[in-house]
Design a protein around this ligand. Structure first.
Ligand SMILES: Cc1ncc(COP(=O)(O)O)c(C=O)c1O
Length: 460
């Protein structure tokens, strides 16, 4: 395109020309172009055509405190004026970074030691892998490097984090996964439990499978297990079965395998506790945080490293020299300022408790409306993350045309944003923790309307 033509181009044209979008078919995008969002306030989004929507998914499960908070804008603007950037290499520091690290150490489940900041969930999980490898090298266990994740999990897209992700779509064409990354079954009771099997027995079975995998690979080669304490990403909202985490931690301890709890989605109140680990008494060796840490106001992530792991890292300082990892934007002061105010808001407004209450109401409404309906398989949730699982699509059905995908498209027409996960056969809801009952009712009523329209059309 010439410069003259570009001047008259629409945003849609420019997007199609220049913007490579994650998780978007290049061919479809060239044909369909973007959906452009213009502004957002609280739980409402407005697009470039002036249409308004209730955001039932907090962007990407990020915006825990809702959109457009003046208090966060002010804190970020003040920080830009005071100290817009400074690195944290070579022991240099600044107040927002120090205060945020210290606050996270106090808040985090288990005995936290220190915090390493990044800017995305992927880079944080990438860092966790390097920390685990470093840890075992220091301990003189150079073979203990394999990391086990779960099928259908999502831990990011970088080389190591993308390998941990248990989805072919993230591996295909990218020479992933790395050979050190293995996968075990996720505790999907609806999918895998045998008829009549209790949740407790099922949990034991999942842990036995993990145990068997570790034994097969050799416990001296397995370094860590990574999972979301409550699966909120790709697996269609996985609330673990009764006793699951007790059984899993027993196996991990037996083989001296570290636990990495990925709380990129579940952290900061999303599940009705500050961290999902708190539901199960988990004390992760490594904890990954992002998204809700700033409610998406600024890109930030954190690896919270337990004291136990920190002690080992510190012990080898003289031998290895400087800790040779980190990023230019580690602990970016403007992002840290946003995070501090965001956490203030979560605490001051009681958003964790509110997530538990509103989430319980939403789950009850979803069960009243959808339970036993055509194509409905399960309804799960905890706090403000819930999923309605539909029957798996029949072989040959285009994954862009599953019932949940059709409901999702109807939702856009009706002014709600919902998400399809788990191979597009689960509808996931994860609205801002601030959402009012009125908007919850609107969201669920529109979702139910879409469901009725789509299933009625299917029945014809
Ligand atoms: C559980 C989990 N871990 C890691 C990530 C990766 O985060 P990011 O997209 O910021 O790299 C995500 C993203 O959705 C996630 O849901």
């Amino acid at each position: 395109m010439t410069k003259a033509v570009l001047r008259n181009s629409t945003l849609e044209d420019l997007d199609k020309r220049s913007f490579l979008h994650p998780f978007t078919s290049l061919a479809d995008h060239a044909r369909l172009g973007p959906w452009i969002v213009e502004s957002a306030k609280d739980v409402f989004i407005r697009d470039s055509l002036g249409r308004e929507y209730v955001d039932g998914v907090s962007g990407l499960a990020c915006v825990n405190v809702g959109y457009g908070r003046d208090e966060i804008a002010q804190a970020m603007a003040d920080q830009v004026r005071k100290l817009s950037f400074f690195p944290s290499f070579w022991g240099t520091s600044h107040e927002p970074g120090i205060r945020l690290a210290d606050r996270l150490v106090d808040m985090a489940p288990g005995k936290a030691g220190k915090v390493l900041f990044g800017t995305s969930g992927s880079d944080a999980n990438e860092s966790q892998v390097k920390i685990v490898w470093f840890y075992n090298n220091i301990l003189g266990r150079p073979k203990k490097k394999k990391i086990i994740a779960r099928h259908r999990s999502y831990h990011g897209t970088t080389i190591a984090a993308g390998s941990l992700t248990g989805q072919a779509g993230v591996h295909r064409g990218f020479d992933l996964p790395l050979p050190q990354m293995l996968h075990t079954r996720e505790p999907d009771y609806t999918k895998y439990a045998e008829p009549g099997m209790s949740e407790r027995v099922f949990s034991k079975k999942m842990a036995d499978e993990l145990d068997a995998l570790i034994q097969k690979e050799g416990p001296d080669t397995v370094a860590a297990f990574i999972a979301e304490p409550v699966g909120g990403s790709s697996s269609g909202v996985l609330v673990p079965t009764e006793g699951y985490w007790d059984e899993i931690t027993r196996v991990l301890k037996k083989h001296d395998v570290l636990l990495i709890a990925d709380e990129v989605v579940s952290g900061f109140g999303r599940t009705g506790k500050m961290f999902a680990s708190d539901h199960y008494g988990l004390e992760p060796d490594l904890l990954t945080l992002s998204k809700g840490i700033t409610s998406g106001y600024a890109p930030m992530s954190a690896c919270v490293i337990s004291q136990r792991v920190m002690d080992v890292l510190s012990s080898a300082s003289a031998e290895y020299g400087a800790f040779g990892h980190g990023y230019t934007n580690t602990a970016h002061p403007v992002c840290a300022a946003a995070a501090l105010v965001n956490i203030d808001i979560i605490e001051r407004e009681g958003l964790v408790e509110r997530a538990a209450e509103t989430g319980a109401y939403m789950l009850t409404r979803l069960r009243e409306i959808f339970s036993g309906g055509p194509h409905i398989r399960a309804i799960r949730g905890i706090g403000m993350i819930m999923g309605v699982e539909f029957d798996e699509p029949a072989p040959g059905v285009d994954l862009n045309d599953t019932i949940p995908m059709q409901i999702l498209r109807q939702g856009y027409k009706d002014g709600i944003i919902i998400r399809a996960t788990a191979g597009n056969h689960t509808i996931t809801l994860s609205p801002p923790l601030t959402i009012a009952r009125k908007e919850v009712d609107y969201l669920i009523e529109r979702f139910a309307r879409g469901y009725e329209l789509v299933t009625a059309a299917q029945a014809k």
